[in-house]
Ligand binder design. Sequence first.
Ligand code: ADP
Length: 297
Amino acid sequence: MARDVVVVGSVNADLIVQVERHPHPGETLLGHTSSVLPGGKGANQAVAAARLGAEVALVAAVGDDVNAGIALAGLRDAGVDLDHVTAVDAPTGLAVVTLADDAENTIVVVPGANASVSPRLVDAAADLIAGARVCVVQAEIPLATVAHVARVAAAGGTRLLLNVAPAAELPTETVRAADPLVVNEHEAAILLGRRDREPADAAAELAALGVRSVVVTLGAGGVVGIEDGEAWSLPARRVDALDTTGAGDAFVGALAAGIADGLPVRQAAALATRVAAASVTRLGAQPSYPWQGDDLP
Ligand code: ADP
């Protein structure tokens, strides 16, 4: 069955512990809350798009372990097609997040099975990708695979939404294949190799690399973009932000759903801005994403 959106990306279990303060090396501390939640940028984006009503399939890898079930729960619940999620001989991707009451959070990410998302797995999904309206990929899988996804999408005539998150350097030909390229301010600076640009100028410079459409997200500052040489900007929706975890992924998933629905990038970004704003009013990443028909800010 043809899909609106195929996501190639990471799947993690997020182990979240809350402590009063971070432990010193060698110290044992009592925390006061713990939870294990589904995460990973690929999974988050797939869930965000599927909850909005898009037909979504995921190409990914998990381990043959207890965390796989946790990591896939949100995807199953949202009705994402998991036929191309492979079980490999490595632990499911894990993010260990320590939230301190009065300090910075620390996060350790162990890619595990996500490192096995190979060009071969992408080739095995070539027909699925060719049949989709939009193929979405991020940089939490090997970068050689990201570059391969761009080639496979192009060969299948499928539009590529490239989200270079976390920040990474990619071949110019991969970046050029994006339509749109989606980055936050920090990721834009890494791609351009310089930090001294205003967001609108960064978007224009990225477009000047030969990219048809670019979207730069600015947190509570909203979003700037450019499509076919025409620049635009949108404010963020004003909400009481409770937890911005996964806001960028909510934005990308909604953007993909909107584009798959035939919207121009700017209109899809307007939808994505509302979906991301809804997500920051609730705790967590996937559990905070709105469903089709929910009231949006
Ligand atoms: P990332 O999490 O990748 O750094 P951003 O922080 O730029 O991404 O957030 C992505 C989008 O989420 C923003 O463009 C904005 O639309 C929305 N967003 C993020 N933080 C807020 C906030 N505090 N209030 C309203 N919308 C927000």
